[in-house]
Structures are given as structure tokens and as C-alpha cells.
Design a protein around this ligand. Structure first.
Ligand code: NAD
Ligand code: MG
Length: 382
């Protein structure tokens, strides 16, 4: 029986992972973690019987410990708790579904402890792609993509070992503001941006999808996961979100993975690879889903995507700064402190003020992230 830890079990990916686990009936959940939703953590603990539950805040952990006093479950807290869940003995695969750079340290520790990673937390690869991939190689572990596009690429690579990739077609829905120009985006609110046309996700990635930063982060994620150059990755807007991404080989053949937009499918594949296991999730009816369209992303209106390319081309510690600044920009936009169009401005100002290091360690990346967050939190607009 496969044994897993879920970092961020209370989030959108975390709860869907538990739905997959419930349906598979062949996976034991050894550890779960959350930030503040102890009600849900308690329910999950009672249902899935993990040995360990980690909560970020110490007071919340104490409350949960009392609530679970009748169960044989240990409750731990803070970053140490998160790392304990990531490295828990007996676990073979760690699902990294926390949001943001907080996933960096536990992912590193999980790899060092020899765990395979089912990776949803793309921010980790954006900030520390090179270090993560080097460490994974050193410890001989596998990283299975959970992100739908990367799972599609991974699936399109099966059976093609040794064949060179000519191009990756990374599809994007375009988000709720596709086709809009800057003037039309001046007044949009967080509520408008949170209405994603195809996917239901956590708030941070939903805003990232509206700004197209999500696609920028995914270009970096693809570069590291599949070892391709940035100019081999083509972002293709496909508003129907049925083709989840594709690989073009040197003979011109394109292999793609299709399906309804349902994260449970890539989550399941990351957990059952190389097997495919029957599930009751919705199937595509092509007589109804009968129009596929494609367009280029509008990088002038959605400047976050060009900022991501700039960070990727410069490299070094700049992607970590882009990522940290973006986390703050999204949080400030959700609080109503800055406008939608100020999100890229805030990130750009932070990147401009930073001196990039080309040689770096994990500590340097954590420092770059903290510096960017601090800087971005202080920038004021008229
Ligand atoms: P979410 O906001 O729904 O859930 C985030 C989880 O992380 C929660 O369990 C929360 O408790 C935990 N968390 C948040 N802040 C924390 C902190 N400071 N310390 C410890 N734990 C913390 O997010 P999500 O949509 O599930 O996304 C999770 C990750 O997966 C992100 O990196 C996102 O980009 C990626 N992803 C999500 C989807 C999706 O469909 N939701 C798709 C592809 C990739
Ligand atoms: Mg995605």
C-alpha cells in the first residue's frame, strides 16, 4: 500500500487529493498539514486516520490537540511540524499542495529524506528549480507533476524515452479577462478576478490565472521538470481547457492529453503512475465540447507573463524575487490595497530594485524571497 503525506490538505488540491485517496482505496495517508482551518483538519484526521497532523500556528495546534485527544494522532506545529510531515517515516510520496514559497523548505527536506514528490506547489520550482532538480537527482527520487499542464506533458512523454522534444505547447485558458484591454481592466475587483471560467482553485492561483502570472510560473515549472530551453515552450491560449498541453516531437507529431478540467485526474496519475486506475470522474463528450480554439497570449495587457520571462532569462535569484513579490502583490490586491493593473507594477518595481545573485544556495533564495516580500509590502502607489 502506498503511504503519503499531504502538505496543505485543507486547500483546493489537498481536499481533492483526499477525494482521490478515498476513491482509490489503496493509499494510506500518514500525515496531513494545514494553516488555520482546524475544523477541517479535525474532520480529515477523523476520516483518514493519519498518524501526524501539523498546523502552522502553535495556539491552533493546541486546540486541535485537545479536540483529537481521543485519537492516537500526534499534533505538531510550525515549520518544524511541516518538515516532520514532509519527512515522516514510512511515507513514500509527499504531495506538496501548500501555496507559495512556504513549500520550499519542506520539499527540500522531503527529497533529502528520499521521498518522491507529487508536486502541486509550483512556487518551489519557480524559486529553486535548479537546486530542487539537482537534489532530486542526487537522492534518486521522482517528481510527479500535479499541475494539469505538466501532468499532460508528462503523460505525452510516456513511451518516448530517448526522443527529443521539439516543442512543448503549454495551454492556458486565458483566465476571466481574456480579450480585455488595459482600459477595461482598470476597475476590475478581486471578486471579478476570482471568477475563473473553467477551474475552481485556491484564491492565489485564481488571481495568478487572471494576471497570466500563473502561466509564467508554469513556463518555469516546465523548463525545470522537463529540462527544455525556454524557447522550446510555447504558451497557447485555449479557452476551452480540454487540451491540457502537448509535446511536439522532431517528426512533427504532436502528442497531447485531453480531458474535462478536473484536477483529480492529474492528482490521481501522480499517485498511481505508471498505472491508470478506474474512477467515476466526468468524461469528455466531444459532440458537446465540439469547438477548440487557440490564440497567442496578450503579453502587453497581461504584463506579468513578460515579467516572468524576464526573470527566467536573467535567472539566478531573480525568479525567487518575482515569486515573492507576486505573493505580496496578490495578497494586497485581494485586500483591496492595490488595483489589478498595479500587480505587475509592484512586481516590476521590486525586481528593478534588486541586485541579482547568479551563484546561490537555498539560504540565498529564502533571503531573496524575504527581501522581495518586505520590499513589495512597502511600495506605495498614489
Ligand atoms: P489553497 O489556498 O486552496 O490551499 C493552500 C493550502 O496551503 C491550504 O491547505 C493551507 O492551509 C496551506 N497553507 C497556506 N498558507 C500556509 C502557510 N503559511 N503555512 C503552511 N500552510 C499554508 O491553494 P491551492 O489552490 O490548493 O494551491 C496549492 C498549490 O497548488 C499552489 O502552489 C498552486 O499554484 C498549485 N496548483 C493548484 C491548482 C488548483 O487547481 N487549485 C492547480 C495547479 C497547481
Ligand atoms: Mg496549471
Amino acid at each position: 500500500m502506498r503511504k503519503i503525506s499531504i502538505l496543505g490538505s485543507t486547500g483546493s488540491i489537498g481536499t481533492q487529493t483526499l477525494e482521490v485517496v478515498e476513491n482509490l482505496n489503496s493509499i494510506h495517508v500518514m500525515a496531513i498539514t494545514g494553516n488555520s482551518n482546524i475544523q477541517l483538519l479535525e474532520e480529515q484526521a477523523r476520516k483518514f486516520h493519519p498518524e501526524l497532523v501539523a498546523v502552522m500556528d502553535e495556539k491552533n495546534a493546541e486546540v486541535l490537540r485537545e479536540r483529537l485527544a481521543d485519537c492516537d494522532i500526534r499534533v505538531v506545529c510550525g515549520m518544524d511540524g511541516l518538515v516532520e510531515a514532509a519527512t515522516y517515516e514510512g511515507v513514500d510520496t509527499v504531495v506538496t499542495s501548500v501555496v507559495g514559497n512556504v513549500g520550499l523548505k519542506p520539499t527540500f527536506e522531503a527529497i533529502r529524506a528520499g521521498k518522491n514528490i507529487a508536486l502541486a506547489n509550483k512556487e518551489t520550482l519557480v524559486s529553486a528549480g535548479q537546486l530542487v532538480m539537482d537534489l532530486a537527482k542526487k537522492h534518486n527520487i521522482n517528481i510527479y507533476p500535479v499541475d494539469s499542464e505538466h501532468s499532460a506533458i508528462f503523460q505525452s512523454l510516456q513511451g518516448n524515452a530517448g526522443n527529443r522534444i521539439e516543442r512543448i505547447l503549454l495551454t492556458a485558458s486565458g483566465g476571466p479577462f481574456r480579450g480585455k484591454k488595459r482600459e477595461e481592466l482598470m476597475q476590475v475587483t478581486a471578486a471579478d478576478a476570482l471568477k475563473h471560467p473553467n477551474w475552481s482553485m485556491g484564491s492565489k492561483i485564481t488571481i495568478d490565472s487572471a494576471t497570466l502570472m500563473n502561466k509564467g510560473l508554469e513556463v518555469m515549472e516546465a523548463k525545470w521538470l522537463f529540462g527544455v530551453d525556454v524557447d522550446q515552450i510555447e504558451v497557447l491560449v485555449h479557452p476551452q481547457s480540454i487540451i491540457h498541453s502537448a509535446v511536439e516531437y522532431e517528426d512533427g507529431a504532436i502528442v497531447a492529453q485531453l480531458g474535462e478540467p478536473d484536477m483529480r485526474v492529474p492528482i490521481q496519475y501522480a499517485l498511481t503512475y505508471p498505472e491508470r486506475v478506474k474512477n467515476p470522474f466526468p468524461r469528455v463528450d466531444f459532440t458537446k465540447r465540439n469547438q477548440f480554439t487557440f490564440e497567442k497570449p496578450d503579453m502587453e495587457t497581461f504584463r506579468c507573463l513578460s515579467l516572468a520571462y524576464r526573470a527566467l532569462k536573467t535567472g539566478g535569484t531573480l525568479p525567487a524575487v518575482l515569486n515573492g513579490a507576486n505573493e505580496i502583490a496578490v495578497a494586497r490586491f485581494l485586500k483591496g490595497e492595490i488595483t489589478f493593473l498595479q500587480i505587475p507594477e509592484l512586481i516590476e518595481q521590486t525586481m528593478d530594485a534588486y541586485t541579482v545573485k547568479q551563484e546561490y544556495t537555498l539560504e540565498d533564495l529564502l533571503e531573496a524571497d524575504a527581501w522581495a516580500k518586505d520590499y513589495a509590502a512597502k511600495v506605495c502607489f498614489q
